[in-house]
Write a protein that binds this ligand. Structure first.
Ligand SMILES: Nc1nc2c(ncn2[C@@H]2O[C@H](COP(=O)(O)OP(=O)(O)O)[C@@H](O)[C@H]2O)c(=O)[nH]1
Ligand SMILES: [Mg+2]
Ligand SMILES: [Zn+2]
Length: 339
């Protein structure tokens, strides 16, 4: 496994994990295909096992995002016939995440090691340019491809205005589909090929329907896997990876209501930053300064005020999230030094 490069001597940075090559006999590698509250379903070839992380793992990882996620390669040993213990997580080649809506300042990972993200918007009232822009802040500049999937075309008399709106915002490729059209499904299958893909979008846009149709079975929504966690609570799995016959894999996600990005790649705000290069003052805050090209663009209507607000908010949050990560990394560095 090339992915498991020895990083034992290094301190973990963002997206890196403590990885050991001198594995004990009895250590194995598997892929996390579903995440429950504190348990992970791990696939190893044809077998599947439930697993938990080791005590040592817990001690050395203090961020939710450091814990195993759907798509992760994990090192584990079997505690008994049934339960595996995860000791480490392989380096992630890509991460799809957003700001955690439950805990302030944290990153919530939706999936890792994905090659392709289908950003689903339906061709009806769900469609909104602002929503598309928000979704693009979580996909822009990441190590995966993105395809905008305009869904439910059978419910839309004329997709052209929607297509124009998308093209006005981005040059990310787009597909216009109906879950009930065989040719469209075939096109989606071809786009996936051997890749690992993930479907994201608001609830009700048709993600699970598309996946069920690709699988040829009513697997999602109709059949939710349930299990009890350590406290005996029932939890419903919310993300699961399934293999397609063609060799690819697809991850379904629950509807995303609040799309707020974690650390945003600033490149997504090229429209704003390129304007600000023309400002009179280099440290222009684009609020009160004379000769500000951003203010000018808002005034003459070439840029929407909402777009500038999105930029300001994301920039502020980027600083905040980066500081939080540094603080958390310092704690782990300290723990590693103590060992
Ligand atoms: N007309 C039409 N309805 C669809 C299409 N795709 C999904 N639906 C319906 O939209 C509803 C929500 O679909 P679902 O897959 O659960 O959405 P999800 O929340 O994104 O997973 C269901 O009633 C589906 O039957 C489509 O392409 N055309
Ligand atoms: Mg669904
Ligand atoms: Zn300015």
């Amino acid at each position: 496994m090339v992915l498991f490069v020895c990083a034992m001597m290094c301190l973990p940075k963002k997206g890196e994990f403590i990885i050991e090559t001198n594995l004990n006999p009895g250590m194995h590698i598997g892929t996390v295909i579903a995440v429950y509250r504190e348990r992970y379903l791990v696939e190893i070839g044809e077998e599947k096992h439930f697993m938990e992380v080791s005590g040592r793992y817990r001690y050395l990882h203090n961020q939710k995002s450091d814990y195993p996620q759907v798509g992760d390669l994990v090192h584990f040993h079997m505690a008994d016939e049934w339960m595996g213990i995860i000791e480490s997580v392989g380096e992630r080649r890509s991460i799809l995440s957003r700001a955690d809506v439950g805990s302030v300042g944290e990153q919530q990972i939706l999936a890792v090691n994905v090659d392709l993200v289908f950003l689903c918007l339906s061709l009806n009232k769900d469609f909104h340019p602002k929503k598309l822009r928000n979704f693009l802040t979580i996909t822009y500049g990441q190590n995966f491809e993105t395809i905008i999937l305009l869904t439910k075309k059978d419910l839309c008399d004329d997709p052209a205005p929607y297509v124009a709106q998308v093209q006005h915002i981005t040059d990310v490729p787009m597909m216009i589909v109906s879950a009930f059209d065989h040719e469209d499904l075939q096109k989606i299958r071809e786009a996936i090929g051997m890749k690992t893909a993930v479907l994201i979008g608001s609830s009700g846009v048709g993600k699970s329907t598309i996946l069920n149709r690709l699988l040829g079975e009513e697997r999602f929504d109709t059949k939710t896997i349930r299990m009890s966690d350590a406290q005996g609570r029932h939890t419903t799995v919310n993300r699961e990876m399934v293999q397609l016959d063609g060799g690819g894999a697809v991850i379904d996600t629950p509807g995303i209501r609040v799309v707020s990005s974690y650390i945003v790649d600033e490149g997504v705000f090229e429209d704003v930053t390129s304007l600000s290069e023309g400002c009179l003052f280099r440290d222009c805050t684009h609020t009160v300064e004379p000769g500000c090209m951003v203010i000018k663009a808002i005034e003459d209507g070439t840029m929407e005020e909402e777009r500038f607000e999105q930029f300001q908010k994301a920039t502020k949050l980027n600083d905040y999230y980066r500081r939080r990560e540094q603080a958390r990394n310092r704690i782990i560095e300290h723990r590693l030094k103590k060992r």
